[in-house]
Design a protein around this ligand. Structure first.
Ligand code: MN
Length: 255
C-alpha cells in the first residue's frame, strides 16, 4: 500500500509531520509545498517550472501548490500510483464556505479527479503544537485503513475536521455556512498609504444541526462527504422557466 501525504501549511509544519509519522506503518510518501500555501484553493502552477527537493528518502518538498504536489506525486515522483491521498493536518478548520479557498481540501479534490481515493483532515482550535495534532492523526490513520479496505462512492472524497477539545465522537455531516461580517480591515501603513487586510475580522457561522460547524463546536469529529459536481440540481426547476433558450434562438433549418 502507498499513501501520498500532502498539505497546504508546508512540509515543515507540525500537522503534516505528526500525520506522516502516524501513517508510516501503512506506507507513506510525503510530497508537500516547501512553504505555507494556505488559501491557494485549487490553483495549479502552469507558467513556471516546478522543482522538487528530496529531503529524505520518502519526503519531497515542492515549490508549488498542494494541487501541484498531488499532480507531481502521482505523475512524476512516486514509484507507483498511490492507493490513497491524505491532505493535512491543517492548522485550523476547513468547514462550510471556507472549503472552496482551502488548499488542504483542494489537494484531496485533485486526487479524486485523478481517480485516487482521498480525504482532507483539519484541526480546529488555536493551539497547533506538535502534540495538539495527535488525536487528529490517530483518527486519520484509522480512516486511512478503512479507505484502503473499502471503496468510496464514485466522485466522492471526505473532508474531516477535528475539534480542539476532548473528542466526544464522530458525526457524518453536511457542509455548513459562514456568517460573513466585517472581513476587510482598513489601515494606514508607516509611509502613510492606505492598505487593506482580508479576513481580519472574527467570523461566525450558522449553527445549523447536521452541519460540520455544528458537530465540531460540540466536540465531535466531523466527516463530510464532498463531490466534484457543483451543479445545483434543485435550481433546474426554477431556471427552466426562464426560457433561456429563447434569448438566443437556434438558427432555423432553412438558415
Ligand atoms: Mn493551511
Amino acid at each position: 500500500m502507498l499513501i501520498l501525504v500532502t498539505n497546504d501549511d508546508g512540509i515543515h509544519s507540525h500537522g503534516i509531520q505528526t500525520l506522516a509519522k502516524r501513517l508510516i506503518p501503512l506506507g507513506q510518501v510525503v510530497v508537500a509545498p516547501d512553504r505555507e500555501r494556505s488559501a491557494v484553493g485549487h490553483s495549479l502552477t502552469l507558467h513556471s517550472p516546478l522543482r522538487a527537493e528530496q529531503i529524505s528518502p520518502d519526503w519531497f518538498a515542492v515549490d508549488g501548490t498542494p494541487t501541484d504536489c498531488v499532480n507531481l506525486g502521482i505523475h512524476g515522483l512516486l514509484a507507483a500510483r498511490p492507493d490513497l491521498v491524505v491532505s493535512g493536518i491543517n492548522r485550523g478548520g476547513n468547514m462550510g464556505d471556507d472549503i472552496t479557498y482551502s488548499g488542504t481540501v483542494s489537494a484531496a479534490m485533485e486526487a479524486t479527479l485523478m481517480g485516487v481515493p482521498a480525504f482532507a483532515v483539519s484541526l480546529e482550535g488555536e493551539s497547533f503544537q506538535a502534540e495538539d495534532f495527535r488525536v487528529a492523526a490517530d483518527f486519520a490513520a484509522d480512516l486511512a485503513e478503512r479507505l484502503l479496505n473499502r471503496r468510496l462512492p464514485p466522485d466522492t472524497f471526505l473532508n474531516v475536521n477535528v475539534p480542539a477539545r476532548q473528542v466526544r465522537g464522530v458525526r457524518l455531516t453536511r457542509q455548513g455556512r459562514r456568517r460573513y461580517g466585517d472581513v476587510v480591515v482598513e489601515n494606514i501603513d508607516p509611509r502613510g498609504r492606505k492598505y487593506y487586510w482580508l479576513g481580519g475580522g472574527e467570523l461566525g457561522f450558522q449553527d445549523l444541526e447536521g452541519t460540520d460547524f455544528h458537530a465540531v463546536c460540540r466536540g465531535y469529529i466531523s466527516v463530510t462527504p464532498l463531490h466534484l459536481d457543483l451543479t445545483n440540481y434543485r435550481s433546474f426547476e426554477t431556471l427552466v422557466r426562464w426560457d433561456l433558450q429563447e434569448s438566443h434562438p437556434e438558427p432555423s433549418a432553412e438558415g
